[in-house]
Design a protein around this ligand. Structure first.
Ligand code: SAM
Length: 198
């Protein structure tokens, strides 16, 4: 499905970063290593590389990876892009300062737990998991995201999955998104940042 959605000349989610990254820019610093999972067409990886971070982006759609590489060349930065299914990939352990998931709500509760467990192990002790996605209120707006309510984020769902972690930010809010055809219009969003203990 994703391969078909990305098989178009323009960028489905635009070429500018998700507003989450610029809204939360104080959490990023040059030299940090960041793993951006389900990176898509490269907009977030490219922006983070432009800020001086050492970026690895993973996605399973070949057309997305090709567009991400083209975007990076155009921007004059060199993130690493890997094509892999996150459920088959051999994840690096305790390797990244930040593991980032922007609009990764293609998973329901069971796979979400599996995916978050991979993400948690990939962050170094003291490092961050950063998530950005839609809340159930988004179903009223229909301006992007999955239709399955159980895939969406609530404070209760996320905090329950990060027991023992320091929840640094859990902020549900509404905003007008202008992020390509894929995410456009009034949106109900949730930003979440948790720090790995140790
Ligand atoms: C809503 S898009 C978000 C893309 C990107 N994070 C962004 O904000 O522009 C979801 C992405 O998840 C990727 N994806 C879905 N399932 C995946 C899997 N099992 N392994 C790797 N990537 C996957 C899709 O190819 C797609 O690029």
């Amino acid at each position: 499905m994703w391969e078909d959605r990305f098989n178009r000349p323009d960028y489905l989610f635009g070429t500018a970063p998700a507003q989450f990254l610029t809204r939360r820019a104080e959490w990023f610093a040059p030299g940090q290593s960041v793993l951006s999972i389900a990176e898509g067409e490269g907009r977030n990886a490219v922006w983070l590389a432009q800020q001086g971070l050492d970026v690895t982006g993973v996605d399973y759609a070949p057309s997305a990876i090709a567009k991400a590489k083209a975007l990076a060349v155009k921007a004059g930065v060199s993130p690493t892009f890997l094509q892999a299914d996150l459920f088959d990939w051999v994840w690096p352990e305790a390797a990244f300062d930040i593991v980032l998931g922007v609009f990764i709500q293609f998973v329901g509760p069971e796979d979400r737990t599996t995916l978050f467990d991979h993400m948690k192990r990939a962050v170094r002790p003291g490092g961050l998991i950063m998530l950005h996605g839609y809340t159930p209120k988004q179903l009223d707006y229909g301006t992007g995201g999955p239709k399955a309510e159980e895939n969406l984020y609530t404070e209760a769902r996320l905090t329950a999955l990060f027991e023992g972690w320091d929840i640094a930010l859990c902020d549900a809010y509404e905003a007008e998104l202008d992020e390509g055809e894929g995410h456009s219009g009034r949106s109900a969003l949730l930003d979440f940042i948790a720090r790995r203990p140790g």
